[in-house]
Ligand binder design. Structure first.
Ligand SMILES: [Fe+2]
Length: 369
């Protein structure tokens, strides 16, 4: 392609692409050049702040899906893959295999939850790809046939990402305790919540390994917080806006811990799409929004909490020994029905990893799966 097809401007150039002409800034093109990345470390070795003058193209050409740019103040031309330009022109970003759209789900989702045996996750890329893809799309999956050992949960998590510590350490146990520090450690019902909203950034992916469950009752409850938030947006846009716009305080405290943090109940991205939810009435502090704003905030908040109790969203099942439920802690809201403490034993072991680590595992595993 000859220079005539490019429209050179002061700060950038219009490049002809398959979807039509698209403007690219010269700094961006210089920064995106193949020569900016070290082929061995794959890290950026070009420092845009070291350019003595603003980059300016003198001529451009396209050959074999590569855009070559000659600069007026540099001897070496830059090469930028056309595939990158096409992707940025279409989505605003480089291509990402992990950028899979969420699939919202409702109360009938139980038979569709992917179940992957633990050995498959640990030993095969296909197993890891299947689990992490489910976590990106549905936000929930079940790892079955867990080895009934102490090392079983750490071995599973390691296959997906490093364990994210919480205020309580690396691993926690959910069972009846004599002096509970958390409602989870009693036999009472546990209302719908996401974990650890009092931390600056709540852990992204939660694992709950059921080691034993012979009690009467104690059904596990899960719902897709994105589905509820989208339904609220549809049914009461003002209430949705309230919960998406304002942060409220959460805490986590006992004798040796006093975490405090503010979170939005509904998280949205720059386009207004719901990306997650944060909810936990038992770890919610006294609201500190202006009192007159609370006149409108509380009704919206209550509406959202009541919606989360509606059957259309709720998934109920009994946690079975040998299964590990894995879910996105910024999206999937979970709880538990009460149970009869002396009717048997119930013991879950849990921990967290990071969502970025989980997506990284998907990118790598899906390549070789
Ligand atoms: Fe929890």
């Amino acid at each position: 392609m000859m220079n005539t097809q490019f429209e050179l401007q002061d700060n950038g150039v219009i490049v002809p692409l398959s979807n039509g002409p698209k403007y690219f800034n010269y700094y961006w093109l210089r920064d995106a050049s193949n020569t900016s990345i070290d082929p061995q470390t794959r890290e950026r070795i070009f420092d845009v702040s070291q350019l003595p003058t603003a980059p300016k193209a003198t001529d451009l050409s396209i050959k074999d899906d590569v855009l070559t740019i000659n600069w007026d103040a540099e001897d070496t031309p830059s090469e930028v893959p056309i595939s990158l330009l096409e992707s940025v022109a279409t989505t605003g970003r480089a291509e990402d295999v992990a950028a899979i759209p969420r699939k919202v789900w409702y109360n009938g989702h139980l038979p569709n939850i992917p179940r992957i045996p633990q050995a498959e996750v640990i030993n095969t890329a296909a197993g890891r790809a299947k689990l992490t893809r489910a976590l990106i799309e549905d936000g929930i999956a079940i790892v079955s046939d867990m080895e009934p050992t102490e090392e079983s949960l750490p071995n599973l998590v390691k296959a997906i990402g490093p364990v994210t510590p919480s205020g309580e350490g690396l691993f926690f146990n959910v069972r009846v305790e004599i002096e509970p520090t958390n409602l989870a450690f009693t036999a009472g019902p546990l209302e719908m919540h996401t974990d650890l909203p009092g931390e600056e950034a709540a852990p992204g992916v939660q694992f709950l390994h059921c080691l034993e469950n012979t009690v009467d009752g104690g059904l596990s409850l899960f719902l897709d917080g994105v589905a509820v938030a989208m339904a609220l947006k549809e049914e009461d846009p003002d209430a949705f806006e309230m919960l998406a716009a304002h942060k409220i305080p959460f805490f986590y405290r006992h004798d040796k811990i006093d975490y405090r943090s503010h979170q939005r109940v509904i998280e949205t991205d720059q386009d207004g799409n719901v990306t997650g939810v944060t909810i936990s009435q038992h770890l919610q502090d006294n609201m500190d929004l202006p009192q007159d704003l609370l006149d409108r905030y509380y009704p919206a908040f209550i509406k959202f909490i009541r919606m989360m109790q509606e059957d259309r969203f709720l998934l109920k099942f009994k946690s079975e020994a040998g299964n590990c439920v894995v879910f996105d802690n910024h999206r999937i809201v979970h709880g538990r029905e009460g149970y009869v403490a002396d009717s048997g034993s119930r013991h879950l072991r849990g921990c967290y990893t990071d969502r970025a680590a989980m997506r990284s595992t998907y990118r790598i595993a899906s390549k070789s799966a």
